[in-house]
Ligand binder design. Structure first.
Ligand code: G3P
Length: 227
């Protein structure tokens, strides 16, 4: 299983790569729009900063335009994967690009049925969007395992990428559901690494420790000082 970072921010990539959770990156137009400057230059910089795949989404709607933009995005850097929407026109685009050996990531799939035709192309990745349905109370964790079973049943090499991971619970659900790749936004990693109960527990332990008279703490605290 691989972990991608869902961001277009170089600062976030740098700080989270140090923690070992960045096997690749996924961007989308909204994430690129959050960054300053020219989005093409930003994508190029992100692709340079990451050894693994970096997804970049087409912004056009017409089939011809999506194909042309997809080819151009793939030319930005060798590790760019072209993101195409999981709809009718997107299928035709995915077929054309995949035939040209361009890696495609099909995005905005919500129903496992949306995977079927794309899995037969086959595309490199299919992104099942998880958190956006949970926002409306329509979350169904079983969708992840079902999507994974469908890919296996079809004998498809397409990887199941679970996206829109809003919180630590979503991350665990995606792992348990058998995702091949999970793309996690920096904000979710912040919730994982800065867990308030961990901080609270440390405060409790430290308070009890500090209540000990200093002579009793001395030897324990001096451990390792001479090494
Ligand atoms: O690009 C698809 C997915 O990563 C979007 O996540 O947080 O906008 O639902 P989010």
């Amino acid at each position: 299983m691989q972990l991608f970072l869902d961001t277009a921010s170089l600062a976030d990539i740098e700080r989270l790569a140090k923690l070992g959770v960045v096997d690749g990156v996924t961007t989308n137009p909204a994430l690129l729009a959050r960054e300053d400057g020219d989005p093409v230059a930003q994508l190029r910089a992100v692709a340079r900063a990451v050894a693994g795949p970096v997804s970049a989404q087409v912004t056009h709607e017409g089939e011809k335009e999506m194909v042309a933009q997809g080819r151009a995005l793939a030319d930005v850097a060798p590790n760019v994967v072209v993101k195409i929407p999981a709809h009718r026109a997107g299928l035709a685009v995915a077929k054309t690009l995949a035939a040209e050996r361009i890696d495609v990531n099909v995005t905005l799939a919500f129903d496992p049925a949306q995977l079927v035709a794309f899995a037969r192309v086959p595309v490199a990745y299919i992104s099942l969007i998880f958190g956006r349905t949970e926002d409306f109370g329509a979350g169904d964790r079983e969708r992840i395992a079902m999507a994974k079973r469908i890919l296996a049943q079809l004998g498809s090499p397409s990887k199941l990428l679970v996206a829109s991971i809003r919180n630590p619970g979503h991350l665990c659900a995606a792992i348990e559901g058998g995702a091949d790749v999970i793309t996690v936004p920096p904000s979710t990693w912040d919730l994982v690494f800065d867990h308030p109960f961990t901080a609270r527990g440390l405060e409790d332990f430290q308070r009890s420790w500090n209540a000990l008279p200093e002579p009793r703490r001395r030897a324990y605290e001096a451990l390792g000082e001479e090494r």
